[in-house]
Design a binder for this molecule. Structure first.
Ligand SMILES: NC(=O)c1ccc[n+]([C@@H]2O[C@H](COP(=O)([O-])OP(=O)(O)OC[C@H]3O[C@@H](n4cnc5c(N)ncnc54)[C@H](OP(=O)(O)O)[C@@H]3O)[C@@H](O)[C@H]2O)c1
Length: 337
């Protein structure tokens, strides 16, 4: 039985607790939160211990796995401490607050025996799995375009530069990850970002383009201003066909994939999981968090090499930082490796 400690008891900490608790090899035993009362509340719910100091949780020998669900500025110190204490980690995206931090975290993980998975759970969404399957027969891919808008009128850590905020970092990181998964090696990044909200220090609207070495382009449009924005929309143009798809956090019915080829338009069937596997708070994620956590536990048990995940986390941060440099320099930024 793996004993789980969770850092951060906000939205994601609650999801981690709920879903780790559903894995038969995992037991949620500890919580930490900056505002201690929230850790006590969740600890009461799960019969777990509430820590006032996250370092004490991470160094506690009774913990095997740490879930990092704090604001992004906390990820660097917390992950390095976990590696030091040989704890396996599921860490939320964005992997870090800066590309430099991400690089250091990746190197520490790769030099250790701990398993670390970055929380790009969209990879496990049935829509994304289906699109990946279809792309095997697409021929050359010309472009991947994503749109992700949410309405976030408040000002929180998500809008502060020293707390790892920024809509491209927060929402865009998933889309950067998926684009790189499908398109491979990247070469240039360009981006135009805007900050419209009062009291915000970082972008709340962003239009970025990633150029790939095979000539393909990824367009990523994200914002915190879409009052009607629940679904993520994607469109892929390829040699043999076009795919349009969507999915959202909130509504299972948003999960759709259409393929357009020389014979016309085809709605592609999605394999929906059993109702019991669908997360009740975010039903549109279907079973992606569960699949991610089950996959992570399998990796920790020894079956799967997940070293590619921290590389993906660091790459996503490299591209994010290049997007910010592109805005400030008004230039195309070379990110070739
Ligand atoms: N995979 C996904 O789809 C997904 C979705 C949403 C978020 N995320 C990621 O998950 C992480 C947490 O997001 P969330 O939605 O759970 O956020 P949230 O509900 O706002 O919770 C944030 C957590 O971080 C703590 N925190 C906030 N600012 C802090 C600071 N300056 N210093 C130390 N701790 C701070 C909060 O403590 P207090 O309670 O004391 O404020 C709380 O524990 C982020 O990395 C975010 O990007 C991922």
């Amino acid at each position: 039985m793996y004993r789980i400690g969770i850092l951060g008891c906000g939205k994601m900490g609650k999801i981690y607790a709920r879903i780790f608790a559903r894995n038969e090899s995992a037991e949620v035993v500890a919580f930490y939160n900056r505002t201690h009362a929230k850790a006590c509340e969740l600890a009461g719910e799960y019969g777990a211990e509430a820590f006032e100091d996250w370092r004490k949780l991470v160094s506690d020998p009774k913990i095997d796995i740490v879930g990092i669900c704090t604001s992004s500025n906390e990820h660097h110190a917390q992950l390095l401490e976990c590696v030091k204490h040989k704890k396996h980690v599921l860490i939320e995206k964005p992997f870090a607050a800066t590309a430099g931090e991400a690089e250091e975290m990746m190197s520490a993980v790769l030099a250790s025996d701990v398993k670390v998975l970055v929380g790009f759970q969209m990879r496990f969404h049935p829509v994304i799995e289906k699109v990946g399957e279809l792309l095997k027969n697409a021929g050359s891919i010309y472009s991947v375009d994503f749109y992700f808008g949410m309405y976030r009128p408040e000002v929180t850590w998500r809008h502060k530069s020293d707390q790892g905020g920024g809509v491209f970092k927060e929402l865009g990181s998933h889309l950067v990850d998926l684009s790189c998964m499908w398109l491979g090696d990247y070469s240039y990044v360009s981006s135009v970002n805007r900050t419209f909200g009062e009291g915000r220090e970082v972008e709340d609207l962003c239009q970025a383009v990633i150029e790939y070495k095979n000539g393909a382009l990824a367009g990523i449009s994200c914002n915190y201003w879409d009052r009607n924005g629940r679904a993520i929309h994607g469109r892929i143009m390829a040699e043999n066909f076009q795919i349009s798809f969507s999915f959202s956090s909130y509504d299972k019915a948003d999960s759709k994939v259409f393929l357009y080829d020389s014979t016309g338009a085809h709605e592609i069937e999605i394999e929906f999981p059993p109702e019991s596997d669908v997360d009740e708070a975010y039903p549109g994620h279907l079973d992606s968090f569960k699949k991610e956590i089950d996959y992570f536990i399998d990796a920790v048990s020894g079956g799967i090499d997940i070293s590619a995940s921290v590389r993906a986390g660091a790459e996503s941060m490299l591209i994010t930082e290049a997007a910010y440099a592109s805005q400030s320099k008004r230039a195309f930024i070379n990110v070739e490796r």
